[in-house]
Design a protein around this ligand. Sequence first.
Ligand code: DON
Length: 307
Amino acid sequence: MTDLQAILDGIYTELKPRIGEGRVADYIPDLAKVDPNQFGLTVTTVDGKIYSVGDSAVPFSIQSISKVFMLTLALGKVGEQLWKRVGREPSGSAFNSIVQLEEESGIPRNPFINAGAIAVTDVVISGHAPREAIGELLRFVRYLSDDDGVTIDGRVAKSETHTGFRNFALANFMKAYGNLEHPVEHVLGVYFHQCALSMTCEQLAKAGLFLAARGSNPVAGLSVVSPKRARRINALMLTCGHYDGSGDFAYHVGLPGKSGVGGGIFAVAPGIASMAVWSPGLNKVGNSQLGAVALEMLAARTGWSVF
Ligand code: DON
């Protein structure tokens, strides 16, 4: 029997001298204030056990990891119809790139690049007021993590609203192509708040456990999505979850995963466990530098790679 706690302790001890590596995201002013000298890691297994090291109980801005929860909600609302609005291919471009949108008629390559996530958010709003869509997401994530302590950091949302010019450009561009139903300000209002979800590694690993457990939350014993849908969300995370770093993450870690510029990475070992790592320093493509190293060590030591 693998001693997971011993594996996590070993990874933490080895990485301790490197904590602080990478560069904290600074294009969202409130994220630039985060102390880079932090590292947390949590693994939750499908039988409901939780293993943690480091700053795993410190809330951080999950940013793009929220796109996984919004995608789940959007698929629940419109099913496969979603793919008329968003593609399923890796983009090979930065998460905030606009280049493909013009050649591809305002249809973003996948639901995880910013343009794709903004279209997904538009689907989740589906005729409701922005506030209701934000409430729906918050309730969903609290339910999944079985923790009402999950919050949205209003300062981070505001900070991004004031500086999110690229996202406004992406949303306006899609609106011009008829690929946004609601007003740009409404869609981005929801999008900035979803990105500002503040969660700990422990909350995040628990919230995503259904993706490791064939779509059901094994602790609560409740079905969240079908096994087929869980498999497909995992496939998208593997191919697109780290943007133009997705190939590299698959090569080194070999698990479906989703990163965020807050320095978090959520990953799934299908049938075995979900995990969340957080270390604010990012690599060149905007993904947690030490987070990816930690997951590579974890996958190697547990044999959890899907390959
Ligand atoms: O829209 C943005 O730029 C941010 N709120 C989220 C980007 C992000 O997390 C990219 N991930 N690595």
